[in-house]
Design a protein around this ligand. Structure first.
Ligand code: AKG
Length: 282
């Protein structure tokens, strides 16, 4: 696939199953530019050695037994890396999003996830709706929000690809323990069984570099450890119909890409205006 030609087949699948995969959106040289940006960010985060914040930009470090200090995720690095900034407002993403959430779109997630070989770095099964807080800032979440993930490395079960439960978006918001953040949990099929869901119905989103996965705010998903010999890097961008959200950075206004510039907007970091950093965070 090239240019902004996206076939539209993903729309029916997203509506029916709560997820979809669009293949070959970004070309190898574009993925290489994303990977190089990831590498620079990774080196910067490890050099700092501790979690670090500058306004919405956040490097979350974690200690893992046997693996030492890891960059677990980084948020809003599009502010630091021009190639990542261009991707977040690429017209091919608009072509994927517009049939689902319109052409006036804000962005509320800009995040890279990195699982080096041999690390756990898992995400327990969850619904993204749980993190969309404060709830009054996000109206009509179920029909206004799409999470996307671009494969930078091949994604397989062995290196910790996303696993989704098809059709689970129709279950609405499920009871999860708010004290168990998904990034602190292992991907455990018992969690599905407890919700009355057959664990065998879960599907691994196998992706090649440049493919995009998208999922609904109520789709149950998680991801397991990286038991392979390759990295698993994933570039996540979450979007919302602008009229239904008080938070976020503009991504597209009337279908026109909006660069990140000027002041950071309030998204998830509630102390943006009172404790902007830059600072290490414990
Ligand atoms: O990177 C992953 O595997 C987890 C992604 C995820 O669960 C999310 O973005 O909600």
């Amino acid at each position: 696939m090239s240019g902004s030609s996206v076939s539209g087949e993903h729309v029916a699948q997203f509506r029916a199953e709560g997820y979809a995969v669009v293949r070959g959106v970004f070309a190898p040289q574009e993925v290489a530019a994303m990977a190089a940006a990831f590498d620079r960010l990774h080196a910067r985060a490890l050099a700092g050695g501790r979690s670090w914040r500058d306004r919405n930009v956040f490097f979350c470090m974690a200690e893992e037994a046997g693996a030492g200090s890891l960059l677990r995720y980084a948020q809003w690095t599009a502010w630091l890396e021009p190639d990542l900034e261009l991707v977040r407002r690429d017209l091919r993403l608009l072509a994927i999003l517009e049939p689902l959430i319109g052409r006036d779109i804000k962005q509320i997630i800009n995040q890279l996830h990195w699982k080096p070989p041999g690390t756990r770095a898992e995400f327990g099964f969850h619904q993204d709706s749980r993190s969309r807080r404060p709830r009054e800032a996000y109206r009509d979440l179920a029909s206004s929000y799409v999470q996307t993930g671009i494969a930078v490395d091949p994604q397989r079960r062995e290196n910790g690809a996303v696993v989704v439960v098809p059709g689970s978006h129709r279950l609405g918001e499920l009871p999860f323990d708010a004290d168990r953040p998904s990034m602190k949990e292992a991907m455990d099929t018992e969690d599905l069984a407890r919700l009355g869901i057959d664990p065998a119905s879960a599907v691994t989103l196998e992706l090649e570099p440049g493919d995009i996965a998208l999922w609904h705010v109520h789709t149950l998903h998680g991801s397991g450890p990286n038991t392979s010999r390759i990295d698993r890097r994933f570039y996540i961008n979450g979007y919302v119909t602008a009229a239904n959200c008080e938070r976020g950075e503009w991504a597209f206004q009337d279908g026109q890409p909006c660069p990140l510039e000027g002041e950071h907007s309030l998204v998830h970091y509630e102390e943006l205006y009172t404790k902007p950093g830059p600072m290490f965070v414990d």
